[in-house]
Design a protein around this ligand. Structure first.
Ligand SMILES: [Zn+2]
Length: 304
């Protein structure tokens, strides 16, 4: 019988998430002997600029459904709207470093999460490289280690960004939603950094939908994790690390009692030795605003 593995990816988007959520998660993971992959933002926290999205009705609906003000805190929603945001890598150096010292994998989420989500698709190649390099160098200086990987904020990514990432020594990237580990095809080129897609939905994508609430959330999430297939979960330091900390600790307890082996993402590369080729396309998914990068079916793409 195949064993069940779960790649655990922790995205850290904000100053509050780094300062409060990361140490909370670090304690729980160490209590249960689990190591994971942390993806940090090390530049300014300008997430408050997202407040403009409140003016869009679909975002307001999502905020109400997932109780976002409570989840993220009003301070996060307004941060960066009036004053420049704090530089996370400066203020939280010790916290980020201790995650790397604890044996967790450290990767780059972004230099500036807000800038990536709002502007990356409009930037030229050198601007994209510069923001990646700035984040990469800053994270390397903080941890004293080469960042193992990178994960685009909001799963906003395309072939051009993937090509530019090849100029940095990432062992893998995790920029997409999909079903199995693959090498991305960009035009006629096979890119050399494998892509480990996220296979499971995030908290804010499913809570409040189809009868899923805090009571049955973990049961639902665990039902999606199956032996012999790639299982990759993203949690957020701002959500599971603060507001949903008890819910997440229960998830870890239940997963371990079900003999699910929780791993940093790089270990999945060894677990799944056969890797196909896929194209990356941009599509909308349920529960998330805007388009995200998705692993496409390669055979179907080739027939075109
Ligand atoms: Zn993020």
């Amino acid at each position: 019988m195949h064993e069940t593995t779960l790649g655990l990816r922790i995205d850290v988007d904000t100053y509050r998430g780094t300062k409060t959520g990361v140490p909370n998660l670090q304690k729980i993971l160490s209590l249960h002997g689990v190591t994971a992959s942390f993806f940090f933002c090390v530049g300014p926290d300008n997430m408050g600029r997202h407040i403009f999205r409140l003016l869009k009705p679909e975002f307001l609906k999502k905020m109400m459904r997932s109780n976002a003000p409570n989840l993220y805190g009003w301070d996060i929603l307004f941060k960066g709207t009036v004053l420049p945001g704090p530089v996370i890598g400066k203020k939280c150096r010790g916290i980020i470093r201790s995650i790397a010292m604890d044996g967790h994998e450290t990767g780059l989420h972004a230099w500036d999460h807000y800038q990536w989500q709002a502007h990356i698709l409009k930037m030229n190649r050198s601007e994209i490289f510069n923001t990646l390099q700035k984040g990469f160098e800053s994270l390397a200086a903080i941890t004293g280690k080469i960042p193992v990987s990178s994960a685009s904020p909001g799963w906003i990514c395309n072939d051009e960004i993937l090509e530019i990432k090849e100029r940095l020594p990432f062992l893998y990237n995790s920029d997409t939603r999909g079903s199995h580990i693959f090498f991305p095809m960009a035009g006629n080129r096979i890119l050399k950094q494998p892509q480990i897609p996220v296979t499971l939905p995030t908290y804010d994508e499913i809570i409040g939908r189809r009868g899923i609430c805090e009571i049955n959330y973990n049961e639902y999430l665990l039902s999606l994790i199956k032996p012999g297939q790639l299982n990759v979960l993203t949690i957020h330091a701002e959500a599971e690390g603060i507001h949903c900390l008890n819910l997440f600790e229960n998830f870890i307890r239940q997963a371990l009692s079900m003999k699910i082996r929780i791993l940093p993402l790089s270990e999945l590369i060894k677990e799944f030795s056969s890797k196909g080729l896929s194209r990356v396309v941009s599509k909308e998914i349920k529960g998330r605003h805007g388009k995200v990068a998705i692993q496409a079916n390669m055979r179907r793409e080739l027939k075109k």
